[in-house]
Design a protein around this ligand. Sequence first.
Ligand SMILES: Cc1cc2nc3c(=O)[nH]c(=O)nc-3n(C[C@H](O)[C@H](O)[C@H](O)COP(=O)(O)OP(=O)(O)OC[C@H]3O[C@@H](n4cnc5c(N)ncnc54)[C@H](O)[C@@H]3O)c2cc1C
Length: 436
Amino acid sequence: YFNLEKENDCFCNLQGKVDECSCNIDTVDYFNNIKIYPRLKSLLEKDYFRYFKVNLKRECPFWEDDSKCSMRFCNVESCGEKDLPPGLKGAKNENKYTKEVNEQCSELNNEYDHLDTTLSEKAQKDIDLWNKYDDATDNFCIIDENDSDSEYVDLLKNPERYTGYKGKSARRIWESIYLENCFRPKYSSNLNLYIQNGILSELCLEERVFYRAISGLHASINTHLSAIYLLSDNKFGDPKGVWGPNLQEFQRRFSEETTNGEGPNWLRNLYFVYLLELRALAKAAPYLEKEEYYTGNENEDWDTQMAIKDLLGVISRFPDHFDEKIMFNGDKNLKYEFREHFRNVSRIMDCVGCPKCKVWGKLQTQGLGTALKILFSGKFDNLENTNSKKRFQLQRNEIVALVNAIGRLSTSIYKLDDFKNMLNNKGVNKNNNIFN
Ligand SMILES: Cc1cc2nc3c(=O)[nH]c(=O)nc-3n(C[C@H](O)[C@H](O)[C@H](O)COP(=O)(O)OP(=O)(O)OC[C@H]3O[C@@H](n4cnc5c(N)ncnc54)[C@H](O)[C@@H]3O)c2cc1C
């Protein structure tokens, strides 16, 4: 199928600096594969991170969903109440998420010190409304967590992998993201649906960042489906399927030869979005270190807190993340547009025709949306100097989505190393021009 000489070309341009950031691809490789990936892998097996609440029933607001996924591997096993950790049971009762509320401490009030914190029903309603409004204007995503149709999905039971979702429906999702919901070069005569790297310079920094983030997410999803591909025959093979890396699929998606020279740029965008999300995690560290990670299982909750602290410590010692301070210093409208575009991308996830892809698509856009909120809402600036826990709260699902989204990107970068080794073992390292 492929010319061996050209076979490795996904990796040749994948070197040097990550665009818009100050560090090199190989520095990120080392840092991720040795330090971050193993930590995230064990952290994401903890109950707190393994259950994601998602609404799979919300209708597509843009067009009638016309797709049925071709394979049974598309379907999601949602989990029943009995499978959930004690702290997440009674999903309708939002208060169950925090230990404080569950353990309702009843201290005696000194009647002279007593501060009357009761509010009239009307005032309480107003405040709820204000909070909702404030929150909504900061959010880059529609959040499913409080939705009555939402259900918990066990992410470990539903790994992101090849599902067979392709064709018109999948293409329409990506097209509508890039065509309508990414910023586009205004003066370019190029009518190609997808933005080519060469004309990205016509976009301003913020617009480029937006495009690179989406493209990086796309590259990550396509790396996963190539890395956990269905290798056995669907009809006659093992009913559970035999899964593993498919090098040819990976090359078709990322080599210069088959992508008009764009594949390696898409992989660079994967590194970009990884650094962007890591920066968000580092920025929110003072807040996340104080979170309880409550599931009702004391031992595990303690382990989770320790594991998070350890991870945040490692991340904060890596200096060269994305620098968000360079963004939104000019045109005030741009931030608003940026947020609206991204909210539309998150709405499009309701149109994904394969339930498993939808779960992971929603999780990853919500994770990226949470990262953008941390970086750009202003509410996480100067966290070190304030009692942040009281000032601002992320919902449980936002934290679960953010850390899992970083887990996905980290795994993709790790899997690139596997593909690189597979290519080298085939004896084509002399021209290893994807990764060199
Ligand atoms: C939200 C979502 C989640 C999905 N999850 C899964 C999943 O879990 N498992 C699964 O098997 N399939 C999944 N899919 C489908 C998968 O992403 C592909 O759409 C499908 O495999 C068809 O691939 P394709 O070769 O036609 O190109 P597509 O990936 O559909 O890409 C369409 C076009 O976009 C351009 N393009 C490709 N990659 C990039 C990039 N990184 N940056 C910029 N432009 C790019 C190219 O011009 C390409 O022709 C998902 C799709 C969506 C929309």
